[in-house]
Design a protein around this ligand. Sequence first.
Ligand SMILES: Nc1nc2c(ncn2[C@@H]2O[C@H](COP(=O)(O)OP(=O)(O)OP(=O)(O)O)[C@@H](O)[C@H]2O)c(=O)[nH]1
Ligand SMILES: [Mg+2]
Length: 300
Amino acid sequence: MGAEDLVRSGFVAVVGRPNVGKSTLINSLVGQKVTITSRRPQTTRLNVRGVLTVEDPAAQIVFVDTPGLHRPRTALGERLNSTAYRTVTDADCTVFVIDATARVGPGDRRIAEHLLDSMEPEQVVLIVNKVDAARKGRVAERLSEAALWDFGAYIPVSALEGDGLERVVAELVPRLPEGPALYPPGVVSDRPDEVLIAETVREKLLPGLWQELPHSVAVKTEGIEVREDGLTRIEAVIYVERESQKGIVVGAGGANLRDAGTRARRELEEALGRRIFLDLRVKVEKDWQRYPDRMERLGL
Ligand SMILES: Nc1nc2c(ncn2[C@@H]2O[C@H](COP(=O)(O)OP(=O)(O)OP(=O)(O)O)[C@@H](O)[C@H]2O)c(=O)[nH]1
Ligand SMILES: [Mg+2]
């Protein structure tokens, strides 16, 4: 399909509380992993875009992943929330994701009120995700709890199993403005390799971390060197906030870091189509999530 054939295109902000499955949903919708996911809340920190180009009706939807909206306790938390709300302001419409396995709570209500204040309710598509994991009757309960907001559409979905996604696309396309494609055909993500690398390393580290540690870890790609022998040498640094956190990240005998490194390298070799040597180091950037300048240095 040529760009001139497109009739609708635009940005869709995907918002919701942490851990409701926003990133998983975007990966399923675009059919490729563009954004990292994990069981730990507040996995997403950056606005990652996933592009879906559809033929009938001709359209291009640019999904924008956002950090989970929550009650912030640190400068990082505040920054994550404002990133998400800014995305809503800039988007053509919004997908608001709630979790079928949890009651609609004050966190969801705050988000709903913000959306009702900042855009036409008709431009919001509410998704009840994780229907595969919800007990019978729960999905209907969630739908009726959310009905009072009177958004444009209500769709039960399993992002994990890919159920309900056609309806999501069908509801979004007519809500987008008319216009040409924003990305060339075939483009699914516009993320630079440095970000892909850092995010992949962080995703592989998250399962081995608990309590506050997932929030304290940031990863930065410091160097990518494509060598003559076909090997690409990548240097990435894992930043923690305190000396005592280094040992936990590295793990007994270095096992944690080694395992995460191996899994990250394999996935990156697949994604980038090159052989990779991944050099990971752990450094302390004291209390980085309290200071805007330190976060900026870490690319946040
Ligand atoms: N059973 C089930 N689990 C899901 C579904 N969608 C996502 N999950 C799981 O929910 C957890 C959180 O998923 P994410 O996609 O990282 O959630 P998120 O909303 O992006 O989270 P943050 O980035 O932290 O705000 C992961 O363990 C996913 O595998 C689903 O449809 N069904
Ligand atoms: Mg996410």
